[in-house]
Design a protein. Structure first.
Ligand code: 1HN
Length: 348
């Protein structure tokens, strides 16, 4: 354990340190314990953002500026322990995004991978790498690294979704690039439903073909397929004590996570069920799609209902209880941590 107050540095040592700093050197022994903690102690706080509070503010933003002016009109979910950090957890960015009727969020591409969990508004669409997909509530739409993407809404209703991006991981490596397309929308080169037909039906191309590298070639995991699958599995098995009924989004090419850095999964908890306590090294974001859950994280209790978003930092004991039959979506940096060999979890 690190002591709360560091012992005073003897004068002769301090004089020595003072000669090191002009030469851009420092004594490791003064900082070692902070550099290599005995276990993770997140700087971030567990928190729940209420959609009922966010929605009217999003609509106000809709009056203030267009999606085109904003490029992306998003209210960033700021972890309360780090205002201005544009982080929901240590490595993840999240926000509520709004597209108003007739608007276009112009085409661009960047190194960061993005996911959208759709909350509201039929008629909204995302185009990714020359293919358009319609967005319906509960759909998981992914934008692989460096693919062109633009969004829009053809119907007379606002569209709202939750964005999750791995941009802090990319920025940590100082590896971020971004380009703007020279037109508002990209050119469609594939018919709608093409990727799903090619990769999302249990079939696949005869020759190895991975249009997005390590990212799944399916870019809309529709809730109309995911929900019945989850509920069918839930009906046939008892819930796992720690996970409830959970299924993950899979890259059909290799059976791994759908995105190389971000793990994504869907959970059903029957009313009254409470998961046993568990902690893991990933920072997790939950988007509630149906019902209501109570999250106990780091000794604090939060209630999250439909379209509310929860952020749960690394290595805090967490339990989830369903106060109503619940379905919720989760994403975390677990996929990246597994690839680096640093992911850990502990179950009570
Ligand atoms: C982005 O490209 C989108 O495409 C949303 O909808 C949020 C936040 C930071 C950087 C890029 C989008 C973003 C973003």
């Amino acid at each position: 354990m690190q002591t709360a107050t560091a012992p005073a540095i003897p004068a002769n040592r301090q004089k020595f340190y003072d000669r090191l700093s002009p030469k851009a050197m420092a004594p490791l022994w003064e900082v070692l314990k902070g550099l290599v903690p005995e276990q993770p102690k997140s700087k971030f706080a567990p928190h729940v953002w209420k959609f009922a509070e966010a929605r009217p503010l999003l609509m106000e933003a809709g009056d203030l500026l267009t999606a085109e002016e904003a490029e992306r009109r998003v209210l960033v979910l700021e972890n309360p322990a780090m205002p201005g950090g544009s982080r929901i957890t240590a490595t993840m960015y999240a926000g509520y995004q709004l597209i108003m009727p007739g608007e276009i969020a112009p085409a661009h591409r960047h190194t960061a991978s993005a996911l959208r969990m759709v909350l509201e508004g039929n008629g909204g669409y995302t185009a990714v790498a020359g293919e358009l997909t319609e967005m319906k509530r509960g759909d998981l739409v992914i934008t692989p690294a460096m693919t062109w993407h633009d969004h829009g809404q053809k119907e007379q209703k606002p569209v709202i979704w939750v964005d999750g991006l791995d941009l802090h991981m990319v920025n940590f490596y100082e590896a971020a690039f971004m380009d703007h397309f020279n037109d508002k929308t990209q050119i469609m080169s594939k018919p709608q439903g093409h990727s799903d037909a090619m990769f999302g039906s249990g079939l696949g191309p005869m020759q190895p073909f991975s249009p997005f590298g390590q990212t799944s070639p399916i870019f809309n995991y529709s809730f109309s397929k995911a929900r019945p699958a989850l509920m069918q599995v839930a009906g046939a098995n008892p819930p796992d004590a720690h996970l409830g009924h959970a299924l993950r989004y899979v890259n059909p090419q290799d059976g791994g996570w759908a995105m190389p850095t971000i793990a994504t999964w869907l959970t059903h908890l029957p009313k009254g069920f409470e998961t046993k306590a568990m902690r893991s090294t990933d920072g997790r974001t939950i988007v509630v799609l149906e019902g209501e859950i109570t999250i106990e994280a780091d000794g604090k209790t939060f209630t999250a209902g439909e379209s509310d978003v929860a952020g749960i930092p690394s290595w805090v004991w967490t339990k989830v209880r369903a106060s109503k039959d619940a379905i919720y979506f989760s994403f975390s940096d677990r996929a990246a941590q597994e690839k680096l060999g640093i992911y850990r979890e502990e179950r009570k």
